[in-house]
Write a protein that binds this ligand. Structure first.
Ligand code: PAF
Length: 281
């Protein structure tokens, strides 16, 4: 696996490499990231992973400074997964001067996670557009665990007419259902034992909806209440349309997703479950 931190070197290395599939990450790689790398292999001749902890997408009270950085271990995992090229720029490589031009996503950037992390999706969209311009991939893969991020980036790519196919990867979970996340590293042993409740509750809402319950607000507040009674501090539990993450308007809408973000100790966990009410799962 080639490793580059400088943009000109990376560009030279990517000449005549055929179809390029990119998997942008912030490092601290787990099996969810590696599944995306494996999936990327089926989409491109050359798989490019990127590792960059992007300051622009962290708020002043977010975990930028303590975000886990595990570069050596990450390189070993990427090489073992058959990644061809790793782009791991330093801050001065990607932001040699303060970034004054930004991608400003529409209203969705202020909803759900965006309501609790002002500026987050603007920072994500800006860095991803920059990575796209540097790597010039034909395909880009992002995990569905960050469901809203995937939607924002898909819409950005379409509206900016970027010649890139956006592919979503399924969430990879531990045996007890907890979605793999770099932020799980912040959980104590007791919190780790409690953490799978989040997915259990989302699945329970999905089952209730498939059984005909359309009291979304009731289902959301019941789940948030159960989380908070068990030591969580919930930002939101929300039933939304898959297509645009807006509140379902008509009872017959069936492609839904239940999303949640809640804090357990210092860890802010997010998760979601897609529901196809028509087929019953
Ligand atoms: O999902 C992530 O790890 C980040 O938000 C991304 C897409 C790499 C942008 O920094």
């Amino acid at each position: 696996m080639q490793i580059h931190s400088l943009i000109p070197e990376l560009r030279a290395a990517l000449q005549n490499r055929g179809h390029i599939a990119i998997v942008p990450t912030m490092g601290n790689l787990h099996a969810g990231h590696i599944a995306l790398m494996t999936q990327a292999r089926t989409h491109g001749d050359t798989v490019v992973a990127t590792i960059f902890v992007n300051r622009l997408q962290f708020g002043p009270n977010d975990d930028f400074d303590r975000y886990p950085r595990t570069f050596q271990a990450d390189c070993e995992k990427l090489a073992a997964a058959g990644v061809d090229v790793l782009f791991a720029p330093g801050e001065a490589d990607l932001y040699p001067e303060p970034q004054q031009y930004h991608v400003d996503p529409p209203e969705i950037q202020h909803q759900l996670d965006g309501a609790f992390r002002p500026g987050h999706f603007r920072g994500v969209a800006t860095v991803v557009l920059k990575l796209f311009n540097i790597v010039q991939p034909q395909v880009a893969l992002f995990g569905k665990k960050d469901y809203q991020q995937l939607l924002v980036l898909r819409n950005m790519t379409r509206q900016m007419a970027l010649p890139i196919e956006i592919v979503g990867g399924e969430t990879v979970r531990a045996d007890d259902g907890l979605a793999l996340s770099s932020r799980n590293a912040y959980l104590s042993a007791a919190e780790r034992a409690e953490a799978p409740r989040l997915q259990r509750l989302l699945k329970r809402i999905g089952t209730a909806i498939c059984d005909g319950n359309r009291d979304f607000v009731g289902l959301e507040s019941e789940a948030a209440g159960e989380l908070d009674r068990n030591g969580w501090k919930t930002d939101y539990v929300a039933v939304r349309r898959q297509s645009d993450l807006q509140v379902p308007q008509a009872p017959e809408e069936q492609a839904l997703v239940v999303l949640a973000a809640s804090r357990l100790g210092v860890a802010r966990l997010i998760d979601n479950v897609e529901i196809n009410a028509a087929s019953g799962h």
